[in-house]
Ligand binder design. Structure first.
Ligand code: ADP
Ligand code: MG
Length: 247
């Protein structure tokens, strides 16, 4: 949670339509180096689509996404290089089922970053240790609990040394007793200066960890601000109504 003024990402009036359906109507926000930005809001409001546009899993249909001041949507921009710098952790973990924990954390490093096996292994082990999954390096994903799988997914993501790590409801698929272990890992990551954009329904966690909170509803940012302002003194009626569900 070390804020700086070095802007890493800047979304400018981003839009996304699927056919006639305007899912994102006008999304603008900045992410500075080391910042934790959380996105909250009702289901179907466009939170996942926002993240999927940032890492180009979806192609925005309007607006701009600047990465270090350069528009990644511009023709000729090196998208592969950009993709390698943005990590993502999904709700459903999305580990490779036929590979063990260690291999899951090595394969991207070898294929995308062209690291040697030895180097990839060393980095994977360091990160598996960080998330407490070192004792399970030979296990296959289906032998692990949801919380353990998600911690492996986080170790895999940080092994790619992303400049920004995106999380799409990382604890929503977990049994309640496993939510804490994943949030603890994310909390620890936040203190390392990693830049994170997190979609979550864990309001207590969001309030505690965020530098900036965005409330996205119906494809627009209805309200944004510091967590203590947005959670304790929401100004917009829709934000108030949404937050009242969590009290
Ligand atoms: P959230 O993550 O806030 O719940 P989403 O970004 O997943 O919301 O979805 C926002 C809207 O976009 C929903 O109405 C959803 O049905 C629609 N949508 C998302 N992805 C697609 C797609 N690939 N094709 C058509 N509609 C989509
Ligand atoms: Mg979603």
């Amino acid at each position: 949670m070390t804020e700086s003024n070095e802007k890493i990402l800047s979304l400018k009036h981003m839009q996304k339509s699927f056919g006639d359906h305007k899912v994102l109507r006008d999304i603008s926000f900045d992410v500075n180096k080391g910042e934790i930005v959380t996105i909250i809001g009702p289901s179907g409001g466009g939170k996942s689509t926002t993240l999927r546009c940032i890492n180009l899993l979806e192609e925005p249909t309007g607006g701009e996404i600047d990465f270090h001041g350069e528009n990644i949507l511009a023709p000729g921009y090196d998208r592969n290089k950009f993709r390698a710098k943005v990590g993502m952790v999904f709700q459903q973990f999305d580990l490779f089922e036929n590979k063990n924990v260690l291999q899951n954390c090595m394969i991207g490093q070898e294929l995308v970053l062209k690291r040697s096996k030895e180097e990839a292994k060393k980095i994977a082990m360091t990160n598996l240790k960080k998330v407490g999954m070192e004792p399970f390096i030979n296990a296959k994903p289906n032998q692990l609990s949801g919380g353990q799988q998600q911690r492996v997914a986080i170790a895999r993501a940080i092994s790619m040394n992303p400049e920004v790590l995106l999380f799409d409801e990382p604890t929503s698929a977990l049994d309640p007793e496993m939510v804490g272990e994943v949030l603890d890992v994310m909390q620890k990551l936040a203190t390392t200066g990693l830049t994170m954009v997190i979609v979550t329904h864990e309001m207590g966690f969001a309030k505690q960890i965020s530098d900036n909170v965005l409330f996205i509803n119906d494809g627009v940012i209805t309200e944004q601000g510091k967590p203590e302002e947005l959670f304790d003194h929401p100004k917009n009626e829709k934000t108030q109504k949404f937050l009242s569900n969590f009290r």
